[in-house]
Design a protein around this ligand. Structure first.
Ligand code: SF4
Length: 413
């Protein structure tokens, strides 16, 4: 009972922490700094009323305001592209994989726990745009409920703590999560998905208790993983490098999931520099994700699969084996689909991970129309490939549930 109270306290603590971080949450603050015009403030209010803005002073300091196309600015500051209703709020089928509020179980071996809807920065490209920074019923209420589900499912060998960003929570809440999960013997490892090293590195560098905690739960027999999201080489700074170093010294294994984003890293030199820089500081490149067709994101950030594949291959040509170990995937409702090749108007794909275990490893070919950005945009399997014919009906059916997921049109609180 006491533990439940402790977790409830975290939400209060979390809000206090966000306030004390002096985040920039109002467009007027940017206007007062001379960074937005009054016209821009007025126009963008319609965006932030729907999807809140929050930027740490540190991340704001990385923006080159003399460049209207600055990549850091594009990831952090709202733009008019967010008025576009094209896309879906639930591209990965998160609702249908939710077993209890805040716990998703899509892949047999992995439990995904959403412990908060808050983040230090509300990335404009976020695929959980439907909930970040907003009151949401999709967030876990009692960590014990998630732990009970995980303990009862012995096929689960790893847990991903996500949100929102778990590291905005007070250290004692994170301690409670790790302590609880540590008692489940069938878990091989625990991951924390976070952008804190990228957007608020001092949270890590200055919190000795957090680092002690990681040291305690990242043991030789069972490691703790931190999965970051560096998307641009300019995010690799002295401070973020120090945060990564502190994590490494506390025994944590670090990997990175980047998202391929138009105007941010859709350039083979930029992408190669990013992966090289990450390896240099001790971060393992894990995935590069095709930008999902998320409503109020797709129009601004997604590039076509054909172009994306060329950028990835050109970047890989500049990289050594370790820095190009990442896979380029679509995180689709049916699974993680690796884009393994493009030839003329054909695209070659393989399920790296799948909701239906029978799909794992399945290789397939589709027609690639110009401009196609997602599986549901692809054509039928071409004749004469020798690959079992699969038409688009299956994808179309997979896309249907949740495609029109509720628009968080309420006013941001
Ligand atoms: S930190 Fe992660 S969850 Fe939060 S807004 Fe950015 S991408 Fe989304």
């Amino acid at each position: 009972m006491r533990r439940t109270e402790r977790y409830e306290e975290t939400h209060t603590g979390e809000i206090e922490m966000m306030k004390s971080d002096k985040n920039i949450c109002e467009l007027e603050e940017l206007e007062a700094m001379g960074l937005l015009t009054s016209e821009e403030t007025e126009r963008l209010r319609g965006v932030t009323e729907r999807h809140p803005m929050s930027v740490t002073p540190y991340y704001l300091s990385l923006i080159d305001w003399s460049d209207p196309y600055d990549p850091i600015r594009k990831m952090a500051i709202p733009s008019e592209g967010e008025f576009s209703p094209v896309g879906s709020y639930d591209t990965s089928g998160e609702r249908e994989n939710t077993k209890l509020p805040g716990l998703q179980h899509k892949y047999a071996k992995t439990a995904l726990v959403l412990v908060t809807s808050r983040c230090p920065v509300y990335c404009r490209h976020c695929f959980r745009k439907r909930l970040v920074g907003l009151p949401s019923k999709e967030i876990l209420h009692r960590f014990e409920d998630a732990a009970t589900y995980i303990a009862e499912h012995s096929e689960i060998n790893n847990v991903l703590l996500s949100g929102g960003d778990p590291l905005v929570l007070p250290t004692n809440s994170i301690a409670f999560f790790l302590e609880t999960l540590d008692r489940i013997a069938h878990l091989d490892y625990i991951r924390i998905g976070t952008r804190v090293p990228v957007v608020l590195p001092d949270r890590i560098i200055e919190d000795g208790d957090l680092l002690d905690l990681f040291r305690r739960y990242s043991r030789p027999q069972r490691r703790l993983y931190v999965v970051t999201q560096f998307n641009h080489p300019r995010e690799i700074t002295e401070q973020s490098t120090a945060a990564i170093d502190a994590l490494i010294r506390s025994g944590v294994v670090i990997s990175n999931q980047a998202v391929l984003l138009r105007g941010v890293n859709d350039d083979s030199d930029v992408l190669a520099d990013l992966q090289r820089g990450l390896v240099r500081i001790g971060v393992n490149p894990y995935y590069v994700f095709q930008c999902r067709p998320v409503r109020r994101v797709q129009t601004t950030f997604q590039i076509s699969l054909g172009r994306a594949y060329r950028i990835i291959e050109q970047a890989k040509a500049r990289l050594d084996g370790h820095s190009k170990q990442f896979r380029f995937v679509m995180s689709h409702r049916t699974g993680k689909i690796e884009i393994v090749g493009v030839r003329n108007d054909e695209i070659y794909l393989r399920y790296h991970q799948a909701k239906n275990p029978d799909d794992i490893g399945r290789f397939f070919v589709r027609r690639l129309p110009p401009g196609a950005g997602w599986l549901h945009d692809l054509g039928d399997t071409p004749e004469g490939t020798g690959v079992p014919r699969l038409d688009r009906k299956r994808d179309a059916e997979a896309e249907l549930p949740g495609t029109q997921a509720e628009d968080p049109s309420h006013t941001v609180q």
